[in-house]
Ligand binder design. Structure first.
Ligand code: HSE
Length: 308
């Protein structure tokens, strides 16, 4: 029987304001791969939202898969990959983390590596430089992670949080590297103590599902938002209008340029209708939290397996 795998990886939002490079939430938008062994590498794009990469060896999915194989002293056989994606590129919805996690899972399946979720997060963090998006894509749900200078990774995940979000997805891109380049190299003790206190409060508010409070802390970040908001045209107006339309809080999703509003469950459509048309460069998209993380099914007929 020829071997085939279907791999589904959720999108993610990161930071949630003050949880810079640490907090992530998996979202119900997906990168999906159909994989089978082949004579040479081939990647077919079956949807929009995928990069056009003439040489498969330059493709992030293949690079992540090969790095995973290499780290285990193995050579990855060539595969034919059919990809489709609902995650727009360079918008702050974790498209590159999803591609990296997809590549790691591809290698895990094809080489039967039996990697733990923690192992996958280690490889993804090596490639991305920060674990927040990848942790959410791997585990699903709400994740808190950290990566230390010595390579040690810590991660906590929670699945009970029943929050509702609306994304403001712009029709323009912002590369993460450009959005990281505007950040300061260091912060004073006063600023870092305040910023970390706000992040602690945000975490406690989410974990206890106190969304009104979470919305307040989402808007009080000192680590990155003050430096990035000006890279996103209309971001300040969107934050103000979203509040008037009933959002608990609005922050930059990941490195931007998408913005994310936390809203009362059940009010998503009403919220969108209040703001529709005001920001023509932005699509307003309600999203829910994905709670599965990576899902793999084998040989099509096989049932889906949650692999974290
Ligand atoms: N934590 C990252 C950042 C997320 O804000 O730069 C984007 O990859």
């Amino acid at each position: 029987m020829s071997k085939k795998w279907s791999i589904s990886i959720p999108a993610s939002t990161a930071n949630l304001g003050p949880g810079f490079d640490s907090i992530g939430i998996a979202l119900d938008k997906y990168l999906e791969l159909e994989v089978e062994l082949a004579v040479e590498w081939k990647i077919d794009n079956l949807s929009e939202n995928l990069p056009i990469v003439p040489n498969p060896q330059d493709h992030l999915i293949v690079q992540a898969a090969q790095k995973t194989a290499q780290m285990h002293g193995l050579i990855l056989p060539a595969c034919h990959v059919k990809a489709s994606s609902e995650i727009p590129l360079a918008r702050g919805m974790g498209s590159s983390a999803s591609a990296i996690v997809a590549g790691i899972e591809l290698a895990n399946q094809v080489l039967a590596l039996e990697l733990s979720s923690h192992d996958k997060l280690k490889v993804a963090t090596l490639m991305e430089g920060h674990p927040d998006n990848a942790a959410a894509s791997i585990f699903g749900g709400f994740t808190i992670s950290s990566s230390a200078e010595n390579g040690e990774i810590h991660v906590f995940h929670a699945y009970h949080i029943d929050a509702s979000f609306v994304l403001f997805i712009p029709n323009f891109e912002l590369k993460t590297e450009a959005a990281r380049n505007v950040l300061p190299e260091s912060y004073t003790r006063k600023v870092s103590a305040q910023a970390s206190a706000t992040a602690n409060l945000l975490t406690a508010a989410f974990l206890s599902q106190s969304f009104e409070q979470a919305g307040i802390y989402m808007e009080q970040d000192l680590f990155h938002e003050p430096y990035r908001l000006d890279l996103i045209p209309q971001s300040r107006e969107i934050k103000a209008q979203a509040k008037k339309a009933g959002a608990f809080g609005t922050c930059i999703s990941g490195a931007g340029p998408t913005l994310l509003s936390l809203v009362q469950k059940g009010t998503e459509e009403e919220f969108v209708s209040k703001l529709n048309g005001i920001f023509p460069d932005f699509d307003l998209v309600p999203v829910t939290i994905n709670r599965t993380g990576i899902v793999v099914s084998k040989n099509k007929k096989g049932s889906a397996i949650l692999v974290h």
